[in-house]
Design a protein around this ligand. Sequence first.
Ligand SMILES: Cc1cc2nc3c(=O)[nH]c(=O)nc-3n(C[C@H](O)[C@H](O)[C@H](O)COP(=O)(O)OP(=O)(O)OC[C@H]3O[C@@H](n4cnc5c(N)ncnc54)[C@H](O)[C@@H]3O)c2cc1C
Length: 106
Amino acid sequence: ALVGDAAHLIHPLAGQGMNLGLRDVAALADTVAAKESFRDLGDMVLLRRYERARREDIRALMIATDGLQKLFSVPGPLAKIVRNSGMAFVGAQPFIKRWLVSAALG
Ligand SMILES: Cc1cc2nc3c(=O)[nH]c(=O)nc-3n(C[C@H](O)[C@H](O)[C@H](O)COP(=O)(O)OP(=O)(O)OC[C@H]3O[C@@H](n4cnc5c(N)ncnc54)[C@H](O)[C@@H]3O)c2cc1C
């Protein structure tokens, strides 16, 4: 079973790689704790359960960090205006900010 950066790499701009790895560890521990007594620790059924438990969280963060990285790589003054307006808009929306923080905390 792979956890942390060995299982997935995301761009460090969001500062979420370690958090994501810690959530992997928690999910793996839950999977092992819930294992049936007849299953071996390396049972593929268990590994698939762990994989499924982590898939959406990892995919969502990969899409978000990849999107942000692409957004901030676009050169030119117009792109800068659009980026700054978008960031200012998100910063002024307490509901969106709360949702983003809660998603980042897992
Ligand atoms: C610039 C930058 C800023 C970041 N900022 C944040 C942040 O603010 N918040 C956040 O949550 N995450 C952040 N991250 C991501 C975070 O650092 C990683 O996601 C996290 O360290 C991954 O932990 P890990 O234990 O999976 O891997 P690693 O930290 O890479 O640990 C793997 C360890 O295994 C060792 N190793 C490798 N091969 C072998 C071998 N063959 N035998 C024995 N040992 C081996 C390595 O030396 C290393 O010590 C940042 C990353 C970068 C690059």
